[in-house]
Design a binder for this molecule. Structure first.
Ligand code: ZN
Length: 322
C-alpha cells in the first residue's frame, strides 16, 4: 500500500513539473507568438519603424474579397458639443467639427475613407510613399472643405445626404500629433487614428499625453488597430479576443470610450476574423484600395490609399469628386 502511494505521489510530482516547464501555469493570459515587434517584421505589414531602424516593405496586395456585401447603415450618433480648440497663430476660436452639423445624415452618399500613415516632410525609412508632406495634407483638407463634404469619424459610417469623408491614420505615429493635428485644427476637420496600443509611449509613436489631448479636442477619435499588430488570420478566436480586449481597455483608460471600429493590421482579414471582430466592433477597415464603400460589409470597408506626392486635386479625382 505504502509503495503504491509513493508511486502515485512520484507520478503526480513529475506531471506537475512537466506542466510548469511547458508553461501551462497561465495558458490563457497571453497568446503565443502574437507579441510581434513591428520593427522586426519582414513582410505583410503596413507599419514603418521609428528612426533610424530599417523597415518593412509596404503592403502591395489588397485583401481577398469577403462575402456578405449587403450594407446596413447604422444608427447615427448625436452631434458632439461645440468644441473650442487652440489654433496655432490665433486665439481661441469656436470650431464645430465638420460633419456634426449634419442634422439628417440619412441619404444617398456612401462615405469614402482615406488611408494615411504619416504626415512628415522627410521620410525616415524607404517606405517613402507613406510619408505625406504636411503641405500636401493641408492641400487635401483645403480641397475637401471646398468640395462641401462632411467629415465623419470611423465609427460614424452611415449613408449621408452630402458627400462625406473619413480620414484614417494607421498605427499612431508621433507626427500625427506634431504635424497632422495642427493642420486638422486649422480646418476643423475630424480624423480617426487606429492606434497600436503596445506602441504607446515608445519612440516614434504617440504618447499617452498626446492621445489624451487629441481625444479631448473632439477632432480625433482613437480606434483599434489591435494591441501588437499581428496578422489576424493566423490567430485563434482566443488570441483575437485577447488582442481586441487589450486594445479596448487601454484606449478606454486613456480616452474614456471603447473603440467601435477596427483596422485590420496589414489588411489581412478573412470571414473568421470578421466574425470574431463583429463581437466587439461595428465597423472594420481594410486596405482594399477603393473609394466606393457602397457594396462593402460594414466590417470590411475599403479605403483609398493616400501616397506622398498626391495633390488635393488628385485626392478629389481618386474619390470621383474631381
Ligand atoms: Zn498598421
Amino acid at each position: 500500500m505504502k509503495g503504491n502511494i509513493k508511486i502515485i505521489a512520484f507520478l503526480m510530482t513529475a506531471l506537475l513539473l512537466s506542466c510548469m516547464a511547458a508553461g501551462c501555469a497561465q495558458p490563457l493570459l497571453r497568446p503565443a507568438n502574437t507579441d510581434t515587434d513591428i520593427v522586426q517584421q519582414t513582410t505583410g505589414t503596413d507599419t514603418v519603424d521609428s528612426p533610424p531602424v530599417q523597415t518593412d516593405p509596404p503592403v502591395t496586395t489588397d485583401l481577398p474579397e469577403t462575402t456578405a456585401p449587403v450594407m446596413q447603415p447604422p444608427e447615427t450618433t448625436a452631434p458632439a458639443p461645440m468644441q473650442t480648440v487652440e489654433v496655432t497663430g490665433g486665439g481661441n476660436i469656436d470650431l464645430s467639427p465638420r460633419g456634426d452639423n449634419n442634422e439628417s445624415p440619412a441619404g444617398t452618399y456612401a462615405p469614402s475613407a482615406l488611408m494615411y500613415h504619416l504626415i512628415l516632410e522627410q521620410p525616415y525609412t524607404e517606405l517613402t510613399n507613406l510619408f505625406v508632406r504636411p503641405s500636401e495634407f493641408e492641400d487635401h483638407l483645403q480641397k475637401l472643405c471646398a468640395s462641401d463634404c462632411i467629415f465623419l469619424f470611423a465609427d460614424e459610417y452611415a449613408m449621408t445626404e452630402r458627400k462625406s469623408i473619413i480620414l484614417t491614420f494607421d498605427d499612431g505615429y508621433e507626427d500625427n500629433y506634431t504635424q497632422m493635428f495642427p493642420i486638422l485644427k486649422k480646418y476643423g476637420a475630424k480624423a480617426t487614428i487606429f492606434m497600436i496600443t503596445s506602441k504607446i509611449n515608445t519612440p516614434g509613436y504617440l504618447t499617452e499625453d498626446m492621445i489624451r489631448e487629441m481625444a479631448a479636442s473632439g477632432l480625433v477619435r482613437f480606434e483599434s488597430h489591435t494591441h501588437t499588430h499581428p496578422s489576424l488570420t493566423s490567430l485563434s478566436a482566443e488570441d483575437l479576443a485577447w488582442q481586441f480586449a487589450q486594445s479596448g481597455e487601454i484606449l478606454y483608460n486613456l480616452t474614456g470610450r471603447y473603440p467601435q471600429a477596427i483596422c485590420y493590421p496589414g489588411g489581412t482579414v478573412n470571414d473568421f476574423v470578421i466574425g470574431e471582430a463583429s463581437k466587439c466592433y461595428q465597423f472594420g477597415y481594410t486596405t482594399h484600395n477603393s473609394a466606393d464603400t457602397s457594396g462593402c460589409d460594414p466590417l470590411a470597408l475599403s479605403r483609398v490609399r493616400v501616397s506622398r506626392g498626391m495633390s488635393g486635386n488628385a485626392v478629389l479625382s481618386r474619390l470621383g469628386w474631381g
